[in-house]
Design a protein around this ligand. Structure first.
Ligand SMILES: O=P(O)(O)OC[C@H]1O[C@H](OP(=O)(O)OP(=O)(O)O)[C@H](O)[C@@H]1O
Ligand SMILES: O=c1cc[nH]c(=O)[nH]1
Ligand SMILES: [Mg+2]
Length: 211
């Protein structure tokens, strides 16, 4: 797995405001979108393009267009949904599929409660959106699911990761090609498997607390 941490003062600044527990939901949502657009620029560095011929007002020239099949963006509900707008702002013609997954905060088991994706992902480049990579359980399940459907290259876009979660993904994914693009790698997980210092529960901060 190739891990890229975006080293940029604006990313660090926006992330600092996100971490602040006094930042209210509307500001939090706006900052997540802005951060994802910055991360998306790096995450799509290898998006497949093909040559096209275009006519400028002055002359004919060669350019590039996105190849088919188009890239597929997969936000992991709930919290990943807060990243969708920021990602599609950069690649508006991408297709979007959905995975609904929740971590049981006691057992840390992953429950997949919704799925709306093409049956066949053969040859597709897939961008998975989830702000938090904690134990890595959720992303591991999502990546395995997408590879089983035939995805060719998977890039995960996250805001924060714990070293424990990255290590788990690296160990369990073996040679499978996957990229991980992040705003920061934090210190560790706490006893409840929350990222430290982190930003709390991303889903709750975006959309409110659920029981
Ligand atoms: O790496 P892991 O240990 O699996 O934890 C990370 C997952 O936990 C959060 O989702 P959560 O289960 O809270 O669902 P939500 O987005 O609906 O709040 C987060 O958005 C990740 O999907
Ligand atoms: O710190 C964490 C860990 C899991 N899920 C979150 O939203 N935050
Ligand atoms: Mg949550």
């Amino acid at each position: 797995m190739r891990v890229t941490v975006l080293d940029h003062p604006l990313v660090a600044h926006k992330l600092s405001v996100l971490r602040d527990k006094s930042t209210p939901s509307p500001v939090f949502r706006q900052l997540v979108e802005e951060l994802v657009t910055l991360l998306a620029y790096e995450a799509t560095r290898e998006v497949r393009v093909e040559p096209i011929t275009i006519q400028t007002p002055v002359a004919e020239t060669q350019g590039v267009g996105l190849s088919r099949p188009r890239p597929l963006v997969v936000p992991i509900l709930r919290a990943g949904l807060g990243m969708l707008e920021g990602m599609t702002r950069l690649i508006p013609t991408a297709e979007v599929g959905f995975l609904g997954m929740a971590r049981d905060d006691t057992t840390l088991d992953i429950i997949t409660y919704a799925e709306r994706l093409p049956e066949d992902l053969t040859g597709r480049q897939v961008y998975v959106l989830d702000p938090m990579l904690a134990t890595g359980g959720t992303l591991r399940e999502a990546i395995k699911f997408l590879y089983r459907r035939g995805a060719e290259q998977i890039t995960c876009v996250c805001l924060l990761a714990a070293p424990e979660g990255i290590a788990k993904l690296e160990e369990e994914l073996g040679d499978a090609e996957a990229n991980l693009v992040l705003a920061a790698i934090d210190e560790r997980l706490d006893e409840n498997a929350y990222i430290v210092p982190g930003l709390g529960d991303a889903g709750d901060r975006l959309y409110g607390v659920v029981d």
